[in-house]
Design a protein around this ligand. Structure first.
Ligand code: DC
Length: 723
């Protein structure tokens, strides 16, 4: 995965200057996110829209921002200098509080960050855009310093300028805006390193950040060889200087008294053998006791400085050999200064050290390949670091380059530590090593190995490490994260990631796609899709069976399968109005119904029981006013229900002659007149009285018609009626 450096800080704190130079030095891409907000501000001004209303920013959808060769292009037009005006600066701070603006730009920024090693500067890089950046820096400086810098910068670029006071006010206002907005305010990330640049040079800041980058284990293969060496030397020499300072005072004294300023311990020098002195036993002369002396070689350097070489410090000499066998007066020899004594005594020389230096020289290329070495701790070196042994080589591990320095380092003596060489120090015949680098290197190797092996379909118990609106990042192996998109969390709709997952949760996920180092994960792929499974072979119109969960005012809830619930609205229960659901069903009963609506996105299922049978009203042939025979099907409180051609109608008591009401019983076939028949609304009312009246009228009419044929006068007609 790419390396990310996040630099945040208030306006004019030097972010972009530092980020740009650092990017060049480390060979990273640089993304100036502030310029993106500025570009949007410029477009806002150009469009002349009311920018106090966030709803007016839908133009973002059709806006492109590109970077090329340190220039920024808005919708394809180079706006590099236009975005630096005071008006754009101020407006960029105002519009950057809008959610639509931030969402759009943050998405673009993340997209860019995924592609390359990147340094990004802004306000929310460490907190929002790149929460997992390898290094986060928070740059700051006093507002006066920043204002002065901004003035100088504008002057240099011949841009419009304000007074120092006005610039201070401008910055203060922007600081306030940027730090107090609701969404992603300017804030130092918890794990960011604060650098106050007020009294620092640009180079000082760059050097400091570079050393932090290296310390975090950035693989230096990407840097030019020259750079690598310099950086390491700087870092280590800083550490070493501390140690040197501690030794400092006493060394200076010794240098003065011995006048040996030109020499250092461990230095390799050339000399001539003056004399090979024999061993001497302890002697007494008078009261004076002369200590026993070992055999030794007196060697003199070019400037007259002298020193001894003892057998134990002599390389390539066999046990049964004497120094006499190896050295002859006048021999030229190369020796290392093993010890310079404070009291003015002569030096102590060693050829063992010279041999070791040569061996180190021979192995230098190996160390410079930076392998991971397992070394054994030998001892601590004052408050400075640990001396380790790898094969026959001495390694120095400064405490600052240890991962976890225990309170009592002496507990580490005899134990092994994995380290990576940083620099071969030939002068001191040792290798400076870093444990931090070894750990990072191992992680990187593990990660690489993991990525080379991981396959689509593999399942992991991952850990949620970050939560975003669009999903969660899940760590599936050390340092390897994949995206669990919100749509992949569950088969059921997830409205908010944090409702289901929290940082630190363990979650079972499956790799569903691999694109370079981008891993896409799914949680739902491992979960039973009850809904999907249920509807796999079902469609609208199918008949299904379920269990009544409960009956409420609106209808019946039916449990169809696990996580699948259907609903029968009351209007879909029966074709007949007087059928009461409660009379026929209770919770727990089995019910069969037809699927009449399935809304997958909302997980809504509507069922109909009545549609299992045909609508009986559909086929009834009857008209209002018609006289028909109906069968009384029930006697109810204020009338009778009657049936006719499979449908049910109602006849109230008032529509039956009072003297007949009590005679009517279930099963009777009675003549009625249709008062209302509404096929749509399924309303059917009949009346016996109306039928009788109608029939009476018809009788009279019929009689009149028959009499009309015989009589011609109205008097005859009346007389006939009277008869
Ligand atoms: O860094 P700059 O001054 O060019 O940024 C201009 C404005 O953009 C700044 O006032 C706040 C806003 N900004 C932001 O909100 N988030 C970022 N990551 C970068 C800039």
């Amino acid at each position: 995965m790419s390396w990310q450096i996040a630099i945040d800080g208030p306006a004019a704190s030097g972010k972009s200057t530092v980020a740009k130079l650092l990017a060049k030095k480390l060979n990273f891409e640089y993304l100036d996110t502030g310029a993106m907000y500025r570009a949007i501000a410029l477009k806002t001004l150009n469009l002349g829209i009311d920018y106090s209303d966030e709803n007016n920013f839908d133009f973002l959808e059709n806006t492109t921002i590109d970077f090329n060769d340190s220039r920024i292009y808005l919708d394809g037009v180079d706006v590099t200098s236009e975005i630096r005006t005071v008006a754009v600066s101020n407006l960029s701070s105002d519009i950057s509080k809008y959610k639509v603006v931030r969402e759009r730009l943050v998405a673009m920024q993340r997209e860019l960050a995924n592609q390359k090693n990147i340094i990004m500067d802004g306000r929310d890089i460490g907190t929002v855009v790149l929460p997992n950046a390898n290094l986060k820096i928070f740059l700051t400086a006093s507002v006066e310093t920043r204002a002065q810098r901004r003035l100088n910068e504008r002057k240099e670029k011949n841009q419009e300028n304000e007074s120092l006071e006005q610039t201070i006010e401008e910055l203060k206002k922007r600081d306030y805006n940027d730090s107090n907005r609701k969404i992603s305010p300017l804030k130092q990330a918890d794990d960011a390193i604060l650098i106050d640049t007020s009294a620092m040079s640009v180079n000082g800041v760059i050097d400091l950040i570079t050393s932090l980058v290296l310390k975090r284990g950035y693989s230096m293969e990407n840097l030019e060889e020259k750079n690598v060496v310099n950086e390491n030397e700087e870092e280590v020499s800083q550490v070493e200087e501390t140690a040197a300072e501690e030794k400092g005072a006493s060394e200076e004294v010794s240098e003065e008294t011995n006048n040996k300023a030109a020499y250092k311990e461990m230095q390799i020098v050339k000399g001539v053998v003056v004399e090979v002195q024999e061993a001497q036993p302890e002697r007494k002369r008078g009261n004076t006791v002369y200590k026993a002396k070992e055999e030794r070689v007196l060697i003199e350097l070019e400037d007259g400085q002298q020193g001894y070489l003892y057998k134990k410090d002599t390389a390539d000499i066999a046990d049964d050999e004497d120094l006499f066998d190896v050295f002859i007066e006048g021999d030229e020899v190369e020796v290392a200064i093993k010890k310079i004594f404070d009291d003015g005594d002569v030096f102590l020389f060693s050829t063992v050290l010279v041999k070791k230096r040569d061996e180190l020289l021979a192995k230098q290329a190996f160390f410079e390949e930076r392998p991971i070495l397992t070394a054994t701790v030998v001892k601590k070196v004052s408050d400075f670091g640990l001396l380790l042994k790898y094969e026959d080589f001495t390694l120095l591990l400064p405490y600052q380059l240890m991962v976890n320095k225990p309170e009592d380092v002496s507990t580490l003596v005899g134990k092994t530590i994995d380290v990576v060489p940083l620099r071969v120090d030939l002068a001191r015949i040792r290798v400076i090593v870093s444990e931090v680098l070894a750990v990072n290197k191992k992680k990187k190797e593990q990660k690489k190995e993991f990525l080379s092996k991981v396959q689509v379909g593999e399942v992991f118990d991952g850990k949620v490490v970050a939560i975003e609106e669009y999903g969660a990042f899940v760590e599936i192996s050390e340092g390897v994260e994949g995206l669990l998109h919100i749509s992949e969390i569950d088969h059921n709709h997830v409205s908010k990631v944090s409702k289901v997952l929290n940082i630190g949760d363990t979650v079972k996920v499956q790799v569903i796609s691999l694109d370079n180092d981008h891993i896409k994960l799914s949680r739902k792929a491992l979960m039973t899709n009850y809904w999907g499974d249920y509807f796999q072979d079902k469609k609208v119109g199918d008949v299904v069976t379920g269990k009544v969960v409960d009956i409420n005012n609106a209808g019946v809830r039916v449990d169809l399968a696990q996580e699948v619930e259907g609903f029968i609205p009351r209007s879909e229960y029966s074709w007949f109005k007087d059928v009461k659901v409660e009379d026929e069903l209770k919770a727990g009963d089995e019910v069969t119904a037809k699927l009449i609506e399935i809304v997958h996105s909302k997980k809504r299922v509507i069922l109909s029981k009545k549609q299992l049978t045909e609508n009986p009203y559909e086929n009834v042939v009857v008209e209002k006013g018609e006289i028909i025979d109906v069968t009384v099907s029930n006697v109810v409180e204020n009338g009778f229900t009657v049936s006719y051609q499979g449908i049910e109608g109602f006849m109230n008591k008032q529509s039956v002659n009072a003297n007949k009401v009590n005679d009517i019983k279930v099963g009777d076939v009675v003549k009625v007149k249709v008062r209302v028949f509404d096929r749509e609304k399924r309303v059917f009312f009949v009346s016996m009285k109306d039928a009788e009246a109608k029939m009476e009228r018809e009788k009279v009419t019929k009689y009149i018609k028959s009499q009309d044929k015989m009589t011609n006068t109205i008097g005859d007609y009346i007389n006939n009626l009277k008869k």
